[in-house]
Design a protein around this ligand. Sequence first.
Ligand code: FAD
Ligand code: N01
Length: 532
Amino acid sequence: MSQEIRSDVVIVGAGFAGLHMLHQLRGLGFSARVIEAASDVGGVWYWNRYPGARCDVESLQYSYSFCSDLEQSWNWTEKYAAQPEILRYIEHVASRFDLRREITFNTRVLSAIFNDRLSEWCLQTDSGLTFRSQYCVMATGALSVPRLPDLPGIENFEGPIYHTGAWPREGVDLRGKRVGVIGTGSSGIQAIPVIARQAKKVSVFQRTANFVIPAHNGPLEDEAQVAWKSNYADHRARAKEVGTLYEFSAKSALATPTAERVAEYERRWQKGGVNFVHAFNDLMIDKAANDTISDFVRHKIRQIVKNPVVADSLCPTDHPLGTKRICVDTGYFETFNRDNVELVDLKKTPVRELSGNAVVTTQKAHEIDLLVCATGYDALTGAVLNIDIQGLQGQTLKEKWAQGPRTYLGLMTQAFPNLFFITGAGSPSVLVNMIVGIEHHVAWICDALQYLKAQGFNCMEASKDAENNWVEHVNQAANKTLLPLANSWFLGANIPGKPRVFMPYVAKIGLYRKECQNIADQGYQGFKLSTS
Ligand code: FAD
Ligand code: N01
């Protein structure tokens, strides 16, 4: 017999977003229930156990800010924490705030259907459990639907295939193995140097070369940690304005003399991290300015990689730096100087098929024992569209978003009342420190639910006009930058048939927060509030 669980709010996903949403709602007296496909908390950090996985926003910033005692008592060991440490942190949060008792694990949501008459959401799951609630929050993650490459013959490959975003919990023994890695985005770039130290041989199959900046990761010294913590409130307040505390320059690259400009690139290269791309204020809006930083990185690649042919293949030439998510590494380019690593440039020798235990290119058969796919995600919309979501009069989200996602503020979509997205398309989301974005969305949703309750409403829906204006605004913001120039997952370009729409909202998080706050202050302008 199928069982039904009722709560005021149902939350899908138990990553950083879902856990925080649950904790905050509980504090406000709403009953809430979380549904999670994995066997425990963690989201991205539960699934991405590949060698080398770590964050590239400094750990002291890539963490929750909602509890001062938590941020003071938790000690990070490295500047950029590795996956096991981040997962331990999330598990600690779940235990400390006793969150697991309201989470149903090992359960995937298949459908979410709005009942117009009762004004409630009904979620069906693969375990047969049914969840009913007034409000539904999709905390399903922007990067949670791994995508395997559609290579001819992949189903016939005799060895195991592992996606970085679904890495086995028990790990993979790579010792003595010939490993193929396909994909050279952030995941591949983190994994390849570590795999190369473990495996007998690594063949890296690269379709598009990427810009990569050194992380200069290392232990987080006690002194630095104590100093940061003594000022945590100030740091967090600034992060609410800028996302991550980088050194943002107010100078133009093109207006700066060449020697000074190169010195600034060199200084930031030596410092490491994503801070590099904020060296000048015109890099992301002016192609000529961007060429100067792109040339600098290509020059570095040629200095590091000894074989000039390999170096040439590793130099990105088809997109301006930063228009694909910038990658941060530890020894990526150096890895190609190792005897046990070969680069297979798929632009020169495309894959014909996978056959037996080989990746066969137009040049030769590369024999491997196992294949690692660091081939990315159906980003931003993948996880929500995997669920059969039906709003007013049975309208499906798939139909509504057939030409690309349409939201108001990234938080709601018209005709789907009481359904909220955390870090959804149309919000800054993946363009900023995501924990800052998550905490903002959780706070905004909590305020909205409290407002509804206080005013005697129980139904909230984005209006068509507000949504149309917002979508237009998001498109305009992207088109003022170089970002739409790359074939990136920001645009859905990595998924065949996905509409080419720039999904995140290109804006300083501080400005976006103000826009959201103003709308709330005006009684949730652009939203229809009602009593069912
Ligand atoms: P997730 O962590 O993706 O959690 C979503 C959860 O929802 C998952 O556990 C999933 O199983 C569950 N779920 C989805 N659909 C269903 C369903 N139908 N039914 C049940 N459960 C479902 N961001 C940064 O800002 N800085 C970084 O340094 C950084 N590093 C990253 C490194 C990696 C390897 C990856 C992949 C991403 C990184 N990110 C980083 C982005 C990352 O997505 C966010 O920082 C953050 O972890 C997202 O949390 P979330 O809770 O929104 O989503
Ligand atoms: O995925 P990606 P990812 N044949 O989509 C290649 C976050 N993250 O998992 O560019 C051959 O970036 C594809 O090639 P191309 C971060 O936001 C953060 O690496 O399409 N190649 C590309 O090289 C990041 O941006 C960290 O030509 C194929 C690669 O696979 C996001 O997650 C670490 C192919 C996919 O790169 C996703 O990163 C990890 C095919 N058929 C992840 N299909 C941090 O460090 C795909 N590719 C914070």
